[in-house]
Design a protein around this ligand. Structure first.
Ligand SMILES: Nc1ncnc2c1ncn2[C@@H]1O[C@H](COP(=O)(O)OP(=O)(O)OP(=O)(O)O)[C@@H](O)[C@H]1O
Ligand code: SF4
Ligand SMILES: [Mg+2]
Length: 322
């Protein structure tokens, strides 16, 4: 599995402050997630707000330490704490290109900084590698960008600088958390094409996090749908989008706006919007599920293979797929 990403039963529990909320209630933000990604492949992760996508991203890059489970990137285990080797092997692109880049640093210093932190190369080598990374991020000629400051760049160009900074270390895994959602619609497609090209032309894997299912097919090879800290469906992107098997995935896909502005999107069913607390030991989606039966309150479904490589956590997925 060298070069690949291997995540086994990853967990992250936050305990809300007693002083603030009076109870010390645990939040199982990531609650037993397992997957692997081969080099040169993209795993998309979708799900509504609060489903645990960013917490999983933070675990993958070592910004948060897991409460349980194992994470290994390129054969390097995260262990109890990320070491320099682990940190080098995984890099992140954030949602906000304005907040993720230091406004006082030139583009050159921004992109060279990871090399400096890891003590890699001479000054001249770092300079050359930064220019090469900018060109890979399609900021050409790269040398012309080195002395510029973030305020002189557009939002799309800033995100390209953030991508150049992320790839300059040649990571095994790139984690992109909503990388285009704050960008102007006109530049989104270009950034998505860039990420897609960088991954598929290299040995790097990518986790691409989004709440926007309309863009996953253009970037991802696989898609996982997250609900309350768990994957409820995971498979080849086209299989999940064209033949979704989990009721939650089906509702999310039905609600995606179609490109034709005269056709209104299907609204989410009222029950799905309202939600409610799941019964302990039952399916966590049951309070919102239009397909729930009595057994759903007593069985907590685990992911099982519905088709080769396509996993679903629903006791009724075979009937639902009919
Ligand atoms: N540092 C923290 N302390 C306490 N709870 C947290 C912390 N970070 C996240 N959470 C909680 O964990 C859950 C998952 O949050 P997370 O940010 O991972 O969701 P998300 O899927 O990225 O949502 P969004 O789409 O809004 O970005 C939420 O209930 C959130 O309130
Ligand atoms: S197990 Fe039951 S409640 Fe859960 S998603 Fe399937 S049908 Fe719905
Ligand atoms: Mg998030």
């Amino acid at each position: 599995m060298s070069g690949a990403v291997l995540v086994t039963d990853a967990r992250k529990t936050f305990v809300a402050s007693r002083r603030l909320f009076g109870g010390g209630t645990p939040v199982h933000a990531v609650d037993g997630v397992s997957f692997s990604i081969a080099p040169g492949r993209v795993l998309g992760i979708a799900g509504e707000s609060g489903s645990g996508k960013s917490t999983l991203a933070n675990l993958l890059v070592g910004l948060e330490l897991p409460s349980g489970g194992e994470i290994a990137i390129g054969g390097r285990p995260l262990g109890r704490k990320p070491n320099a080797d682990f940190r080098r092997s995984v890099q992140m692109v954030f949602q906000d290109p304005f907040g993720s880049i230091n406004p006082r640093f030139t583009v050159g210093r921004t992109v060279e900084e990871p090399l400096l932190i890891h003590g890699l190369g001479s000054e001249a080598e770092r300079h050359a590698r930064a220019i090469a990374a900018l060109e890979e991020a399609e900021l050409r000629p790269g040398a012309a960008f080195m002395e510029r400051f973030p305020h002189e760049l557009s939002g799309g160009q800033r995100q390209r600088v953030a991508i150049a900074r992320a790839i300059v270390l040649r990571p095994r895994l790139l984690v992109a958390d909503e990388p285009v959602s704050m960008l102007d619609v006109s530049v989104r497609a270009g950034i998505l094409r860039l990420l897609n090209r960088l991954v598929h032309e290299s040995e790097m894997a990518m986790v691409f996090i989004t709440h926007d299912l309309s863009i996953v097919a253009s970037v991802c090879d696989e898609l996982a749908v997250m609900y309350r800290g768990r994957f409820v469906e995971h498979g080849p992107v086209r299989a999940v989008l064209q033949k979704p098997r989990h009721p939650y995935t089906r509702a999310l896909i039905a609600a995606v706006p179609v490109p034709d502005p005269t056709v209104p999107p299907t609204p989410l069913p009222a029950k799905l919007m309202s939600g409610g607390a799941p019964v302990a030991g039952g399916c966590r989606f049951a309070p919102r599920c239009g397909s729930a039966i009595a057994a759903c309150e007593t069985v907590d479904p685990v992911l099982e293979e519905a088709q080769p490589g396509h996993r679903v956590a629903c006791i009724r997925h075979r009937e639902i797929a009919q």
